[in-house]
Design a protein around this ligand. Sequence first.
Ligand SMILES: [Zn+2]
Ligand SMILES: [Zn+2]
Length: 218
Amino acid sequence: MPSSRCSKCGKVPDDGLRNCSGCHGATGAYCSLECQKAHWKIHKPMCRPIGPNEVWGIKILDNRHQPWFSQFQHVLLNTSHPIFTKGELCPVTAKCGYPLLIYSDSIHGGLPAQEDNQPAVYLRIEPHDGFAPMHWQMQEPGTCYVVRQDRKPLTKEAIEIIYNFHSYLLDIVNLELATNGHGPWRKPLSPEWLKSFADDYRQEEISREGRKGFDFFP
Ligand SMILES: [Zn+2]
Ligand SMILES: [Zn+2]
């Protein structure tokens, strides 16, 4: 499902977007040639035409793969993949207006339990206490998959921000608030909170690491 915003800067240009010719706009559409060029390194892994029954998601490899950012891989999933029927909603992202579905090969697919998968367990935490539900804690999730519930492409940059947002939330959990029935954070989860976290995170990555093209949270 193509976006109406420039894949790099997020603007909605008056004269329309130019579709990338490699993917026919499936994952890349731009307000200008400058944006297209600056975004190429990020866009390249997802630059191919996709069929009506295909959705770009993220495969999360288990904890044997380190550092954490090497656990995320782009993956093209057919809509017959069980994530679309058995996948669970990630509750924090749902509260923040960015609903994601998550599927574990071992918990949902019945494959032999392998290793823990920390990013996947983080994504599955509940907003009322900051813990993943029991069935995620009782079994090693192994390899997991994540897609956007709206079936728009999920990029590695977006999942990186979402994962770091969860990591930040877990750092500031206040168990005293949770036991009082308020949930573990001093303010409620909201799209504004995720957006301001994403803006700060990108700014820091761009200024510290010089990450070209990483300036829009799709
Ligand atoms: Zn642009
Ligand atoms: Zn493309």
